[in-house]
Design a protein around this ligand. Structure first.
Ligand code: URA
Length: 252
């Protein structure tokens, strides 16, 4: 083929497009589902909130922010009505590069007091579950679908989740976990974009942009229904096997 300026330009464009595609695939594999603060943010949001459309597969993942930057973006959040009743913003806790993440629903009374997720009775059980897997609270990452306690521990409402979930998504993108354990139906539903009951979701991995999501029973439910602990342990053993298959060893 002759080498005219037009052909050279076409070749160059093809090369650039190929590089861009490869980069987007790498970002998706890293779990960068969205790019807070980039043009993917909601038009007119103007409040530093990451895109609310992060579950939309058509959103192009473009970049990542650090946990510290995401915390700064969140600020003394007043984006939803939960700010009027909360004591603390419960951002999340654990390792910045944890391969394993646990996501619950919302802070309860103890978490609201202390500013840390899962520190009440359900948290004690969660710690035992994490330790039984060979990990520790410090070596995984623990967060919730909403960062403020709903009054009387009611379920978070759709408008609250819409404001808060983008921050969890940004945390997931920053951390890049290989596996997320979704604790209970609300967390599983938010992460998987479904309203199916936990009984139909648990016990198998669900792929979300290269991250394996394992729904299981919430520890608060396990405290009420101890017979279900066996099923939860089955789910966690699947997580342990998958981490081993990926060559990721437990860290304390
Ligand atoms: N339940 C949750 O879902 N999250 C917490 O942080 C505490 C209890």
């Amino acid at each position: 083929m002759d080498s005219t300026p037009d052909n050279e330009l076409a070749d160059e464009l093809l090369a650039v497009t190929g590089q861009l595609r490869a980069q987007l695939r790498r970002h998706a594999a890293l779990g960068a589902w969205a790019a807070p603060g980039t043009p993917t943010a909601r038009p007119g949001a103007g409040d530093g909130a990451p895109s609310a459309e992060v579950f939309d597969d058509t959103v192009v993942p473009l970049g990542r922010r650090t946990l510290a930057q995401i915390r700064t973006d969140l600020g003394e959040c007043t984006r939803c009505k939960l700010h009027t009743t909360r004591r603390s913003i419960v951002f999340g806790v654990g390792a910045e590069d944890a391969p394993l993440m646990f996501v619950g629903e919302a802070p309860g009374e103890q978490e609201d007091k202390r500013g840390e997720p899962f520190v009440g009775p359900a948290g004690e059980l969660l710690d035992k579950m994490i330790e039984a897997m060979g990990w520790s609270r410090q070596s995984v990452y623990v967060a919730n679908t909403t960062k403020c306690r709903p009054p009387q521990n009611r379920n978070p409402q759709p408008d609250e989740l819409a404001q808060c979930m983008p921050f969890l998504q940004a945390q997931v993108a920053a951390i890049g976990p290989r596996i997320i354990v979704a604790l209970g139906r609300p967390a599983a539903n938010q992460l998987l974009g479904t309203d199916a009951p936990i009984s139909t979701l648990r016990g198998r991995f669900h792929d979300r942009h290269g991250i394996q999501v394992m729904p299981t029973f919430h520890p608060a439910y396990l405290l009420r229904e101890p017979d279900k602990k066996r099923d939860a342990w089955t789910d966690l053993k699947l997580v342990m096997s998958e981490l081993e298959r990926l060559g990721i060893h437990p860290q304390r």
